[in-house]
Write a protein that binds this ligand. Structure first.
Ligand SMILES: NC(=O)c1ccc[n+]([C@@H]2O[C@H](COP(=O)([O-])OP(=O)(O)OC[C@H]3O[C@@H](n4cnc5c(N)ncnc54)[C@H](OP(=O)(O)O)[C@@H]3O)[C@@H](O)[C@H]2O)c1
Length: 313
């Protein structure tokens, strides 16, 4: 199975990563028990997936740690910490260290390869850099964290303002970026900076809701026509992706969505979040497919290339 470099971390990853959160939470969202999640993780391992993104907030650290225990040295675990309490106050830095310790305990491991601040919006970046990063760097020295990361909140920051400052700061080896063909502005705003600064990327929102649910897609496109970011004359508003669905080299909208992300320069790992082993098989295959046919890639960028306001949720 093809592997790619995770930026300049020295780690090699399968570009198809498994997201253990999102709407699916490995199938645990709708009351699915941990055995469903375990089955998805085992299937991912069988398929050669070696990058797993979880978080304290997802409730999937425990099942992930347990399932990969016998092959822990062969997998890369990315997890995250919150930094505000329920009232929205900043937590003291020691609570982030305690959160790391509890994540390690839940996953029965002694270190994580990537430890990220979860869902940082622009107004909180400076506090993370000034107060938390120096404290977490000590955990790197102790070997509990291999690389520091940061994840954005694509829904609240669809133009990536936070990452535009975080990436050049030099504090982070890995960033999580929202990217899909409905809002591809990371191509201009984020990936060139990541390449310049040697920062790896994890892609979220490759599919999310708008590219896995026809109704949400129609609503999203209506909104974009209204805002003037998509031209009504360039698209069939009743079936906005008809040109893509009818192409003989494209299996489905989700397949096209993963292929679109995977081949963009600056992209390291494309996360897919699912509770279905069948979907997982399709998604890993899609991420390893060739890039989109040139005419489709051009058409998508022609239609959606000016979008800056949605996340595809
Ligand atoms: N700020 C953050 O830190 C943050 C925010 C969001 C996400 N993330 C990370 O990114 C990962 C990816 O999650 P995402 O929320 O962006 O979602 P995603 O993986 O882009 O899409 C997930 C949705 O698509 C459906 N789906 C997946 N494969 C499909 C297929 N082949 N056919 C039809 N439907 C399919 C899933 O439902 P099924 O279960 O039915 O397949 C789910 O509803 C998360 O797990 C998490 O690790 C991080």
């Amino acid at each position: 199975m093809e592997q790619v470099a995770l930026g300049t971390t020295g780690l090699m990853v399968n570009p198809a990563g498994l997201g253990c959160g999102g709407y699916s939470r490995l199938g645990m969202r709708d009351g699915g028990d941990a055995s469903v999640a375990e089955g998805v993780i085992r299937k991912a391992l069988d398929l050669g997936v070696n990058f797993f993104d979880t978080a304290r907030a997802y409730g999937t650290e425990e099942v992930l740690g347990k399932t990969v225990q016998s092959c822990r040295d062969e997998v890369i675990i990315s997890t995250k910490t919150m930094f505000q309490d329920r009232e929205g106050n900043y937590m003291p830095a020691e609570r982030l260290v305690a959160s790391l310790e509890r994540s390690l305990e839940r996953m029965q491991t002694d270190r994580v390869e990537v430890f990220s601040f979860h869902g940082v919006t622009p107004e909180h970046l400076q506090h993370c850099l000034e107060v938390y990063v120096p404290v977490l760097q000590k955990e790197i020295e102790k070997g509990k964290i291999r690389h520091l990361g940061i994840t954005e909140s694509f829904m609240h920051d669809p133009t990536h303002e936070m990452l535009k400052t975080a990436i050049p700061s030099g504090a982070f080896d890995v960033v999580m970026v929202g990217f899909n063909f409905l809002n591809p502005c990371a191509r201009d705003e984020v990936f060139p900076l990541c390449i310049k600064h040697g920062v790896a990327t994890q892609i979220m929102h490759a599919v999310r809701r708008a590219l896995s649910n026809e109704e949400v897609l129609l609503e999203t496109v209506q909104q974009l026509i209204k805002s003037g970011e998509v031209s009504a004359s360039g698209i069939n508003a009743d079936d906005p992706l008809d040109f893509l669905k009818s192409h003989r080299d494209i299996a489905s909208v989700t397949q096209a969505a993963y292929r679109f992300c995977r081949h963009e320069p600056g992209v390291s790992v494309v996360l897919n979040g699912t509770g279905s082993q069948d979907h997982l098989v399709q998604n890993v295959a899609a991420i390893h497919e060739a890039g989109l046919p040139g005419d489709i890639q051009d058409r998508l960028l022609n239609v959606f290339g000016r979008v800056r306001s949605v996340s595809g949720d």
